[in-house]
Ligand binder design. Structure first.
Ligand SMILES: O=P(O)(O)OC[C@H]1O[C@@H](O)[C@H](O)[C@@H](O)[C@@H]1O
Length: 317
C-alpha cells in the first residue's frame, strides 16, 4: 500500500484505479457510504452514488472502450461547446486520455478528492486549435455532495478563447415528476426552435408539452428541451425537486456564466442523438450544465500565464 493510500484509508476514504478488460481505466473515490467513479477517458465522471442511490444517468448503450464519447455521467466539453465552432461536437477533451495527478482526503473524513490533468501534448489531434493549454480537473466527493472544478491554464505566450461545459446527466425516476427552479425571468436561446425566448415559468418541467407539438427544425419537438440560459450562473444555486422521492438537489455553479438545460425526448428515443442513447433514456435524465457558450455570454479569454476556473456543485439536500 502506498503512503498516500494509507493516509486516505485512515480517514475512511480511498482513491483507487480500477482496470477491467475492454474498458478504459476508472478511478474510484470512496467516502463512507458515497462513491464516485471517473473514467480516465475524457475524465468523465461515470457514476456518483450517495444514500445507496445512483445520482448520474448513464446510457446502457454507451461506448466504454474509448471508441466514442461516453454517453452519460459528466462529459467535459472543451475547447468548444456543442457545435459552436469548427471542432468536432463538444471539442476534444471528452475523448482524450487524462492522467490522475493527485489524490487526497480531509483528515476528518468529510471529503476525498482526485485531480486529473490533460496536457496539450496528450492530444493527438487538436484539429487546428492553437491554444497552449493545460486542463486540471478536480472531483471532490463529500457527504451527499459532489463538486467538480475545471481549471484552464494558459501555458503559452498568446491568449486563447474557449467555450466549454460540464455536461452533467442527472438520473431521475421519471423526468415528468421533476421541476427545476431558479431560472425564471431569464432570457434563453432555444436551440430546438432556433430563437430567443423568455423563461416565464417558475418551475421548469420537461414533458410532452415543453414545446408546441409539430416539427421544429425538422425534428419532432414535443418535449425536446435544449436551452442556453444566458447568465444562468447568476441564479446559482438552482434547485431540482423530485416529486416521487421528495428529494431536492441544490445545483450550484461558479465561473461558468451560462446554464444549459437539455433533454432530447423522442429525438433521443429514436436514436437521432446517436445510437448510444437508451430508447427510454430521455424519461430518466435531465442535463443541467454549467457552460460558456457563444450564444450566451460568449467565449472566455485566458491570457498567457493565467488560469480560469469554474465549478459545479451538486448537493442532495
Ligand atoms: O450528443 P452530444 O454530442 O453528447 O451532445 C448532446 C447535447 O449537449 C448539449 O449540451 C447541447 O446543448 C445539445 O445541443 C447537444 O445535442
Amino acid at each position: 500500500m502506498s503512503a498516500m493510500t494509507g493516509e486516505l484509508a485512515m480517514c475512511g476514504a480511498s482513491v483507487e484505479t480500477l482496470f477491467e478488460e475492454s474498458v478504459e481505466p476508472v478511478v474510484e473515490l470512496v467516502l463512507g457510504g458515497q462513491s464516485a467513479r471517473v473514467a480516465l477517458f475524457g475524465a468523465t465522471v461515470i457514476s456518483w452514488r450517495t444514500g445507496a442511490r445512483d445520482r448520474l444517468w448513464m446510457s446502457s448503450l454507451s461506448a466504454r472502450d474509448g471508441s466514442a464519447p461516453i454517453r452519460g455521467g459528466v462529459p467535459i466539453a472543451f475547447p468548444q461547446f456543442a457545435d459552436q465552432g469548427p471542432l468536432t461536437l463538444h471539442g476534444f477533451a471528452r475523448t482524450a486520455r487524462w492522467r490522475l495527478a493527485d489524490r487526497k482526503a480531509n483528515l476528518d473524513g468529510t471529503l476525498v478528492e482526485a485531480r486529473f490533468v490533460l496536457a496539450r501534448s496528450a492530444i493527438a489531434d487538436t484539429q487546428g486549435w492553437v491554444g497552449d493549454f493545460e486542463l486540471r480537473y478536480t472531483v471532490r466527493l463529500g457527504v451527499r455532495r459532489l463538486e467538480l472544478e475545471l481549471q484552464v491554464a494558459n501555458l503559452g505566450s498568446a491568449p486563447f478563447d474557449f467555450t466549454a461545459c460540464l455536461h452533467t446527466y442527472l438520473l431521475l425516476d421519471d423526468v415528468r415528476n421533476v421541476t427545476l427552479h431558479g431560472l425564471s425571468g431569464l432570457e434563453y436561446f432555444d436551440k430546438v426552435a432556433g430563437r430567443d425566448r423568455d423563461e416565464v415559468n417558475d418551475a421548469i418541467r420537461v414533458e410532452a408539452a415543453s414545446h408546441s407539438s409539430g416539427d421544429v427544425l425538422g425534428q419532432r419537438a414535443e418535449g425536446f428541451v435544449d436551452r442556453i440560459y444566458r447568465a444562468g450562473g447568476e441564479r446559482s444555486p438552482l434547485t431540482l425537486q423530485h416529486a416521487a422521492s421528495g428529494e431536492t438537489y441544490s445545483i450550484a455553479q461558479s465561473g461558468f456564466p451560462d446554464t444549459i438545460v437539455f433533454n432530447p425526448w423522442v429525438a433521443g428515443k429514436k436514436g437521432t442523438k446517436g445510437p448510444d442513447f437508451d430508447d427510454d433514456g430521455y424519461n430518466h435524465m435531465i442535463c443541467v450544465e454549467p457552460a460558456i457558450t457563444r450564444e450566451g455570454s460568449g467565449p472566455i479569454r485566458v491570457s498567457p500565464g493565467s488560469t480560469w476556473a469554474g465549478t459545479q456543485t451538486i448537493q442532495v439536500l
